[in-house]
Design a protein around this ligand. Structure first.
Ligand SMILES: [Zn+2]
Length: 217
């Protein structure tokens, strides 16, 4: 049986031909390269060896290290590579994704018990989300460009859309509450909650897609 690897997300497929479309990142069959079964690492499919093979100029003994660019990176480029290599995006994304549900629950509690303290806590949580988001977006774009060559298949379009929705709804919630601290006691409170639910769902979708890309299942 032949072994094929997606050149974008490194998904491994076994069969006589590559799949029509990568089940993880959605690129077409031509993006799959046949690889040697013995070169599949024990645990997770790593990119090192395939990348080594695709670089004809790299001597055999250096193939395993081909992930490190031949040209020495300096300054900002080096920082960007280090961020991708040390998984800055999946690590940092836990800050907003962890705080967001707490903020929404606190808004709900503030509305149910008519207690401003909960609303204040929700607001502070959203401020932390907004502080964390620029770094999360920056590392997300870096990872997409460096690890996945910036391919724009459906899964990446969805992820970008979900991330954008999260940011927009988060900013709207925050600004809205600051402009109208009595919003939870007005008849339009449901619109405010709807925006918060959209924010939560969008963050969840972005996170789910991220997990699919990382764990390939
Ligand atoms: Zn793929």
């Amino acid at each position: 049986m032949k072994v094929w690897q997606c050149s974008v997300c490194k998904y491994i497929h076994k069969g006589s031909t590559p799949p029509e479309k990568c089940p993880v990142c959605g690129v077409p069959a031509k993006k799959f390269k046949e690889i040697d079964e013995a070169s599949i690492p024990e645990k997770t499919p790593k990119r090192k060896k395939t990348i080594g093979k695709s670089l004809p100029g790299v001597p055999k003994q250096d193939k395993g290290r081909a992930q490190v660019p031949a040209i020495k990176e300096t300054g900002f480029e080096k920082i960007k590579s280090l961020l991708v290599r040390h998984h800055a995006h999946p690590v940092s994304v836990h800050t907003p994704n962890g705080i967001l549900p707490a903020a929404v629950i606190l808004w709900l509690m503030a509305w149910m018990f008519d207690y401003d303290l909960f609303a204040g806590a929700a607001l502070i949580n959203l401020v932390f989300v907004i502080i964390a988001l620029p770094f999360v977006v920056f590392t997300g774009i870096l990872e997409w460009k460096k690890k996945y060559n910036g391919v724009l298949t459906m899964i990446f379009k969805l992820k970008i859309l979900a991330a954008a929705l999260t940011i927009i709804s988060c900013v709207i919630s925050l600004v809205w509450y600051l402009l109208d601290p009595q919003i939870l006691t007005t008849p339009t409170a449901w619109v405010f909650f709807l925006i918060n639910i959209i924010m939560l769902a969008a963050a969840g979708i972005a996170g789910h897609i991220g997990g699919k890309l990382v764990f390939k299942d």
